[in-house]
Design a protein around this ligand. Structure first.
Ligand SMILES: [Fe+2]
Ligand SMILES: [Fe+2]
Length: 273
């Protein structure tokens, strides 16, 4: 059974389900979760936080009274955390956008920054809850923002918009989330880098990598500016507001995809994010 089903069981029903222990409260009470939700259980057998178990017991008063516990050694992480729908497709879409960058040096730079962190980036989440809050969500969101940038930016080429800069900025804007958020055992802010946040982490990573790569300083300044300004406003966590049209465009596209994902996954419209 999934935890969501356990919670719909009748009073006194026998239940059996898998869960990871999130935290302990008092001597016997534990909070456990799977990908469908969380529940309180009472267990005489001591349990360890972060470990997975199969539980057998009775559902009483909203709590599972555990009668038998079996520790699970091999687990499928997909039972406990939600995944993106099409991770391979997202990966293809992402690299296709990279290939669309016309400036060969900038294309090379994108490979240079993504390759060393690719495994973490691929598995990353875009937010704790608000949008793309599932494994692979960061890649899906980034591929979307990149694809939209690729469609929209050329419309303003005649007005002087640097299309390659918009596309590269779109792909890089949330790269710092690789450090800001951790995925196991729950989507949570990282105990260290969560204090610095993804805007700072992304900007500092790209600044360092840009110098190491030898990216022209004016291009590096604008790329880092796009990362710093992508939340659009001081009140939303950006230390600077967009000062070049390319940064404004990345901010608008980012917002578009984040809000659409939130609403399409059943969330309320929330214009404050
Ligand atoms: Fe962001
Ligand atoms: Fe974003």
């Amino acid at each position: 059974m999934w935890i969501s089903e356990v919670k719909e069981s009748k009073e006194g029903a026998e239940v059996s389900f898998k869960g990871i222990v999130l935290r302990q409260k008092g001597a016997y009470r534990y909070r456990v979760f799977d990908r469908t939700g969380e529940i309180w259980i009472d267990s005489d057998t001591p349990l360890t936080e972060g470990k997975a178990y199969r539980f057998y017991g009775k559902y009483k008063g909203g709590v599972v009274m555990v009668e038998e516990v079996e520790e699970l050694v091999e687990i499928d992480i997909g039972d406990f955390l939600p995944f993106a729908e099409d991770p391979e497709g997202d990966e293809r879409r992402f690299w296709k956008v990279v290939e669309a960058v016309e400036d060969g040096r900038l294309r090379e730079f994108l490979r240079f920054v993504f390759e060393p962190i690719w495994d973490d980036f691929k598995r990353g989440v875009a937010a704790k809850k608000y949008h793309h809050a599932y494994i692979g969500g960061l890649l899906e969101h980034t591929a979307n923002v990149g694809e939209i940038a690729l469609k929209v930016a050329p419309m303003y080429r005649k007005n002087g918009i640097r299309v390659d800069l918009v596309i590269a900025g779109a792909l890089l804007h949330d790269i710092g989330k690789v450090w800001e958020l951790k995925i196991f055992p729950k989507f949570e802010y990282h105990e260290d880098y969560g204090k610095w946040g993804h805007i700072f982490m992304g900007a500092s990573y790209i600044k360092e990598k840009g110098r190491e790569f030898g990216l022209p300083e004016d291009l590096l300044l604008d790329l880092v500016h796009i990362i710093l300004a992508h939340h659009g406003d001081y009140s939303k966590g950006s230390p600077v507001v967009p000062r070049i049209p390319e940064a404004l465009l990345v901010h608008l596209i980012d917002n578009l995809d984040a809000q659409m994902n939130h609403v399409l996954k059943g969330g309320d419209r929330d214009s404050s994010v």
